[in-house]
Design a protein around this ligand. Structure first.
Ligand code: NDP
Length: 434
């Protein structure tokens, strides 16, 4: 903490991982001798840069850009870019650190990194977003490459932003390097099912967890937080599996629709009109929007927190347990606070941490890289089948590792951290002190 003062979220993420590594470190003293843990906690490279741009009024604006290239033992740095006013080095480092283990857990050849800016795209015109993305890439491009560092989207960075970033990369480098960014639209190098992958993947992971206790989604009440990329496609997959999502949220409040959310209306409000959730409630009889209270007070069987870090606290967890929740799968990164996770653990609620449950997004990004490298384009069905298989493997890996190094196969936190760590540690050991 003395080395990285003020990086609260990074400390939280690192503490959570390191906390459970005792058994694996005891079993492998060679990792301690090689200082694997200390090396893992220190990013290979951190970039902080100025992003000057001009808004629609002709005023010069200055934002801060970040890219943390955390670990490349398993492949090129891979992880999204987040554009949100809350972004600082601590947030980017927490996300990059998580990404190392998540990417390892997918079984694919990708290292860990993350980046972004404190730029707020909300309320900005397309022209402003484009000029910002161009300014951001004008510095970042020199650090990227399909074999070096491959960013993708995250909060505030969707297909529109990826398009502008790619355009500027291509202009500066004079190279059509499709594999340098993932999350591209399908028409020019993107992968089918990438947009859906994180939300779908979280639901697949929850389905696997439920099946260990003989349950499935059919007829289940589900609550999803957020209403962005991950949340929307989680809703879509829950409905396809026979469940009913009765509530979701955004940063202005939460929405309850006991009939089950109308996904077309929700997409129209959030993706097309980029409006607040209250607009859904105005359009749909019977739906209620509230700016107060918590989405987690709505009784449900399964919860998929898909908004942002530390959005589900102890009190929310207590309310969920009281209402009989069976399973929680984190679609977002670290949405549950450590004391909320403890409440779930004590109540024996199935809990899938983000680095396992939301790994479907980055796994499908790796499938996009594969398609780009072979100049191929797979069908939606083929890509989704791969995604479903990968989520099944991630789930099995977590349980098997938890059984070997812990006391309980249901300990997905220990299983995910340890399985991810083992793969990275082995590669780092083999690659020497670098
Ligand atoms: P989006 O920007 O598309 O959506 C974020 C959503 O969360 C928005 O609806 C936003 O509301 C809402 N939100 C933000 N803060 C709060 C809050 N405090 N309370 C309630 N709602 C809130 O981002 P993504 O869906 O891409 O990402 C969501 C999470 O999933 C992040 O943690 C991200 O790191 C993680 N993730 C994303 C992946 C991806 O493929 N996109 C991959 C793996 C993880 P509003 O519209 O009001 O801003």
């Amino acid at each position: 903490r003395r080395r990285d003062p003020g990086e609260t979220e990074f400390h939280q993420a690192a503490r959570e991982v390191l906390h459970g590594l005792g058994p694996v470190l005891r079993a492998h003293p060679e990792y301690a001798r090689a200082r694997i843990v200390e090396r893992l906690c220190e990013p290979e490279r951190q970039l902080i840069f100025r992003v000057p741009w001009v808004d629609d009024q002709g005023t010069v604006r200055v934002n801060r850009g970040f890219r943390v290239e955390f670990n490349s033992a398993l492949g090129p740095y891979k992880g999204g870019l987040r554009f949100h006013p809350s972004v600082d080095l601590g947030i980017v480092k927490f996300l990059g650190f998580e990404q190392i283990f998540k990417n390892a857990l997918t079984g694919m050849s990708i290292g860990g990194g993350k980046g972004g800016s404190d730029f707020d795209p909300k309320g900005r015109s397309d022209g402003e977003v484009m000029r910002f993305c161009q300014a951001f890439m004008t510095e970042l491009y020199r650090h990227l490459g399909e074999h070096t560092d491959v960013p993708a989207g995250d909060i505030g960075v969707g297909a529109r932003e990826i398009g502008y970033l790619f355009g500027q990369y291509k202009r500066i480098t004079n190279r059509y390097e499709a594999g340098v960014l993932t999350g591209k639209p399908v028409g020019w190098g993107g992968s089918h099912a990438r947009t859906e992958a994180t939300g779908y993947g979280a639901v697949y992971f929850a389905r696997e967890m439920l099946s260990t206790r003989g349950h499935d989604f059919d007829g289940r009440r589900v609550v999803v937080s957020g209403s962005g990329n991950v949340a929307l496609y989680a809703v879509e997959k829950v409905h396809a599996l026979g469940g009913r999502v009765v509530a979701c949220s955004d940063s202005s409040g939460h929405l309850v629709d006991e009939d089950g959310l109308d996904l077309d209306l929700l997409k129209e409000v959030k993706e097309v009109r980029r409006a607040r959730l209250s607009v859904y409630a105005e359009a749909k009889p019977g739906a209620r929007f509230s700016a107060r209270g918590s989405v987690y007070d709505v009784p449900c069987d399964v919860v998929l927190p898909c908004a942002t870090q530390n959005e589900l606290g102890r009190q929310d967890a207590v309310a969920l347990v009281k209402n009989g929740v069976l399973a929680v799968a984190e679609g977002a990164n670290m949405p549950c606070t450590p004391d909320a996770v403890e409440v779930f653990r004590d109540a024996r609620v199935l809990f899938g941490p983000g680095k396992a449950a939301n790994a479907g997004g980055v796994a499908t990004s790796a499938l996009e890289m594969q398609q780009n490298a072979s100049r191929d384009s797979w069908t939606f069905e083929r890509t989704e089948d791969r995604l479903a298989a990968i989520m099944g493997e991630v789930h099995a890996r977590c349980r098997a590792t938890a059984e070997t190094y812990g006391e309980d196969a249901d300990d997905y936190v220990l299983g995910a951290n340890t399985a991810g760590f083992l793969r990275v540690a082995e590669a780092m050991l083999a690659q020497g002190v670098v």
